[in-house]
Design a protein around this ligand. Sequence first.
Ligand SMILES: [Zn+2]
Length: 271
Amino acid sequence: MHPLIDSHCHWDDPRLQALQPQLWQSCVTQGVQQLVVPGTQKAFFARQITLCEQNPLWHLGLGLHPYFSDQHRTQHLLDLARAIDDHQPVAVGEIGLDFVVDTTLQGFSNTQQERWFIAQVELAKQANLPIILHSRKANDRLGQLLRQLKFDRGGIVHGFSGSLQQAQKFTQLGFKIGFGGTLTYDRAQAMRRLAASLPLTDIVLETDAPYMPMAGQPKDQPNQPDKLPRVLEVLGAVRPEPAAQIAMQTMANTLDVLNLNKLPLTSSAHL
Ligand SMILES: [Zn+2]
């Protein structure tokens, strides 16, 4: 059992909360000591905030997810700015661009996605916060926008999919590269090679629970943060370092990029 932090878990999702309190106990047993809880829509900010206030090891992120671009309103940006002031999230996110989603079906355009993204990068700059990036087939455009916006706080590219060159462009901008359940599939050879070739200091681990089920997991069941050791196991198999070192370094990377490194690593008060 190695101490780990899940750098991306939708802990406030009702499918995960329905499994509480046993699920958190199982996380702790599996070594998953801390969670980063990204935001998706203004409607869920309150439940995320209430939840993260219950345990200092559940870290709040607040942002408007590109997948829900049709539901965001200008007022939600003002609400986000206010919530950032009032509740000190560790990051603005998850924000980004999704060029896989069928925008005609979803009722929004890529231009709209970009507008929400740019406005939130500006909020992160004002608040001096890193960002949690959602990128599907949008690595190059996001890199371009971040450079244009002169964003230098870094953050995490979650559930990364792309080339080594694209990953390196993000790490040059101060980002860590997030790997999750996709790595556990045998067919994910290209992604495993990428995860093996990046410096360990650039990598963070995540589940994206309840999404992105691990290999062999029934698709109708929610993914869970206590499954994070499976991602570590695959990384340990493809990288030269022992699992203990990968666990320690990826935990340090996450805490570092989210400026959480002064926090004590364990707390028994909220098991
Ligand atoms: Zn997510």
